[in-house]
Each structure stands twice: as structure tokens, then as C-alpha cells.
Design a protein around this ligand. Structure first.
Ligand SMILES: Cc1cc2nc3c(=O)[nH]c(=O)nc-3n(C[C@H](O)[C@H](O)[C@H](O)COP(=O)(O)O)c2cc1C
Length: 382
């Protein structure tokens, strides 16, 4: 059966993070520089802690690629950790409120929360970002692109320009990964204030996927609905606590006439990704019935503040049950810019998976032929 799956392995301070990617079509060009560029972006962004000065993430290909193209078989990517000291790392007995520490210690019956935090850590997302670069390469073969950027940190909100190329250019020039240079100073100031106070911040990330064919995903079974799959993928990112599509929560406050996007048709646009069906608004965020509708997919993710605080909150020593301050170890003050890179990667992976499931994934050539045949059929539904 054609499907695309990504699994990761590896601890924050283990030897490496590994991604196993199954279901990519054979013949997909693999550009290691593109993977490394995304890994470098994941490490960057204003507000990061000391760890990112130590690591210089690069992907190595262990399996599934020959002469720059995927083979029929799983791809294995490895990102080595420079700060590899898993066996030497100190035990941690004072769980941090907001982290996986207490829940994991009780669930896995281990008072040393080091056993939990090493895998809960967002270091794992180096694997998901590396895999996402391959997913983006697959989408690009079909003229689709995915772009994520930061739209809010603390009180500072970015204005998002209408043009996607403008958004990308501005985002790439910003160390907040925001599409609005005027918001950057206020975002930095908010992060600086939090750092000075021994505190942390989250943020809001927006992600757009354009150029997708309509009809990706299925309405027929809950697990196949693309809106649900995207929400799961994004919610699974460390510290993401909210996901909305299109108008999202704001749709609940409006009458239907101010929410639903009218359907128009323009024959001159018959060759566009939307096959000529035009929606003057995109409140649905490009998804109806769990399927893409030809409009850009628009998704937002809310990231909570980092839970390791330089001024720690009250906690308890898990051995003695006595009150103690929560543990502190080197940590980010705000990681919303880095999280935007991860959102982009997991959204691309989910969308590439929907392409593979619809058009078959044995080889890129076969997939393109299936895609073209479907397009021809969709241009004439009569
Ligand atoms: C890019 C990124 C970097 C993060 N860096 C830190 C960090 O330095 N310190 C920390 O306590 N949490 C950090 N987090 C968040 C924790 O990994 C996360 O809160 C924890 O695993 C618990 O999961 P949950 O918040 O999803 O419930 C980071 C998250 C992301 C996405």
C-alpha cells in the first residue's frame, strides 16, 4: 500500500537523532544542502539557549539514496549530536511544571526524569525537519510549496503581506522568522524582557501550503481526513497547544454567511491548481470535508512558553516528596522561530503523504503520470 511514514529515534544527548522515512517514490532528487539549510534554520532564531552554539546540525544519508535520488526502500537520515553525554548527564529529580518530567516519571516508573526529558526534548525534531525537507522536495515536483513563519511573540504581532514570495523573502531576512520587519524589534524586546525576568515566551506560527491539487485527503473515514491529520502532526510538536485551520476559532463567532467561501468559476483559470474554481475568500483554510479544496491550506499553531525557567516554579523532589524548586538546565527563552521550521516540516510531510496516498508512490514517474491523468479527468466531470 502506498503511504508515507516518518519515525524518529534518538535522545537529546545521545549520539544522534535518526529519521526513518518510508514510502517516498523512487527517483526523487535528494539535495543534502536543502536538508542542511532547514536543519540550520531549526537551530537558529532569536531567543535560543546555549545548546545551539554547540551543535552544527548536518544530515548524513545512511540508506535509501543512490547518486542523489531515492531508491525503492526506506531512507535513513542521521543528525549527529556534538553534545553527546547521555551516560554522563546528571540525574534530575525535580520535575519542571509544563515539561514531560512528572507525567513521564509516573508513567514509566522512574524518579530520574532524565530518562524522560532526553526523548521529550525538541532535539528529536531535527529528525522531523530533515524528513520534512524530502517531503518539500516531493511537493515541489508537483508545483506545491509550504511556508511557515512567526506571526506573534508576546504582545508583538506581524502583519502578513499578501504575496507568498514576499513572505518568504522577508521571513528569510528576519532572525525572528517573521514576515514583517516592523514587528521584529518589538518581538526581540519581548524576548529580552522575558530573559531579564528569568521567564520565557511562546508564540503563534502560521503555515501556508500553496499549489496543492484539490481532493487530497478523504472524507470517508475519520483517520483519513487531512484536517485531522494535519492537526495531529502539528499538535505533536513539543509545546504546541493549539492548532486552527483558516478562520479557526473565530468562525464560531460568525454566522455562516460570513464564514463560508462562495464558489465561482473562471474558465481562464482551468489550468491553475484550483482547476478554475475560484473562492473569493479562504476562511476554510483550503480544507473542506477533510480534503484540500484548491485554495492554499492555511494553518496556525499556538506554542506555549518554554517550561524550563531560570526562576523556577515550585516543584517536589520525586525521591523525598519534599518541596523544591524545579530543575533548571540550559534552555531556550523563546523557540517560536525554530518551531516554525518544524511546523513547515510536519505539514509538508503530511501533505506529501496525502499526495502519495492519492497518486501512488512507487516511482516519481508513475506518480506524475497518475497526477496528470487525474487532472485531465477532473477538468471534465460531466
Ligand atoms: C524548537 C523547540 C525548542 C524547545 N526548547 C526547549 C527548551 O530549551 N527548554 C524546555 O524546557 N522546553 C523546550 N521546548 C519545549 C519542550 O520540549 C516541551 O514543552 C516538552 O517536551 C513538553 O511537551 P508539551 O509542551 O508538548 O506538553 C522546545 C520546543 C520546541 C518546539
Amino acid at each position: 500500500m502506498s503511504d508515507l511514514t516518518v519515525r524518529t529515534a534518538g535522545e537529546s544527548h545521545g549520539p544522534a537523532v535518526v529519521a526513518l522515512i518510508e514510502g517516498l517514490p523512487a527517483g526523487l532528487p535528494v539535495d543534502i544542502a536543502r536538508i542542511d539549510a532547514d536543519l540550520a534554520r531549526r537551530q537558529g532564531g532569536y531567543g535560543r539557549g546555549g545548546r545551539q552554539q554547540i551543535e552544527r546540525d548536518r544530515a548524513e544519508i545512511l540508506a535509501g539514496v543512490r547518486r542523489g535520488r531515492t531508491l525503492p526502500g526506506p531512507v535513513v537520515l542521521v543528525v549527529r549530536n556534538r553534545d553527546a553525554r547521555l551516560d554522563q548527564a546528571e540525574p534530575v529529580f525535580r520535575p519542571r511544571p509544563g515539561h514531560a518530567d512528572l507525567a513521564g516519571a509516573l508513567g514509566f516508573l522512574d524518579a530520574d526524569v532524565r530518562s524522560i526529558l532526553e526523548r521529550a526534548s525538541a532535539r528529536e525534531t531535527a529528525g522531523r525537519v530533515a524528513a520534512g525537507a524530502l517531503a518539500k522536495a516531493l511537493l515541489a515536483e508537483f508545483g506545491a510549496e509550504v511556508l511557515a513563519y512567526v506571526v506573534r511573540i508576546g504582545p508583538a504581532a506581524a502583519e502578513v503581506p499578501a504575496d507568498l514570495a514576499d513572505r518568504r523573502r522577508r521571513r528569510d531576512a528576519s532572525d525572528l522568522y517573521s514576515p514583517d520587519p516592523r514587528a521584529d524589534a518589538a518581538m526581540k524586546a519581548a524576548i529580552d524582557r522575558a530573559r531579564d525576568a528569568g521567564d520565557t515566551l511562546g508564540g503563534i506560527i502560521e503555515c501556508v501550503a500553496a499549489g496543492l491539487p484539490p481532493g487530497l485527503g478523504r472524507h470517508t473515514q475519520w483517520i483519513e481526513k487531512l484536517d485531522g491529520r494535519l492537526a495531529q502532526a502539528v499538535m505533536s510538536i513539543q509545546a504546541v497547544k493549539g492548532v486552527e485551520l483558516g478562520l479557526g476559532f473565530a468562525a464560531a463567532e460568525r454566522p455562516g454567511s460570513q464564514v463560508h467561501d462562495p464558489i465561482l468559476y473562471d474558465a481562464a483559470l482551468g489550468d491553475s491548481p484550483g482547476l478554475g474554481f475560484v473562492r473569493p475568500t479562504n476562511n476554510a483554510g483550503g480544507l473542506e470535508g477533510g480534503m484540500t479544496n484548491g485554495q492554499p491550506v492555511v494553518l496556525r499553531a499556538a506554542m506555549k512558553p518554554i517550561s524550563t525557567l531560570a526562576r523556577p516554579l515550585p516543584s517536589v523532589d520525586l525521591r523525598t516528596r519534599r518541596p523544591e524548586e524545579a530543575a533548571f538546565e540550559r534552555s531556550d527563552v523563546c523557540a517560536a522561530p525554530a518551531a516554525s521550521v518544524i511546523v513547515e516540516a510536519v505539514v509538508a510531510t503530511e501533505l506529501a503523504g496525502a499526495m502519495v496516498r492519492k497518486f501512488g508512490g512507487d516511482s516519481l514517474r508513475q506518480m506524475k503520470a497518475a497526477y496528470e491523468a487525474w487532472r485531465r479527468a477532473a477538468q471534465d466531470l460531466s
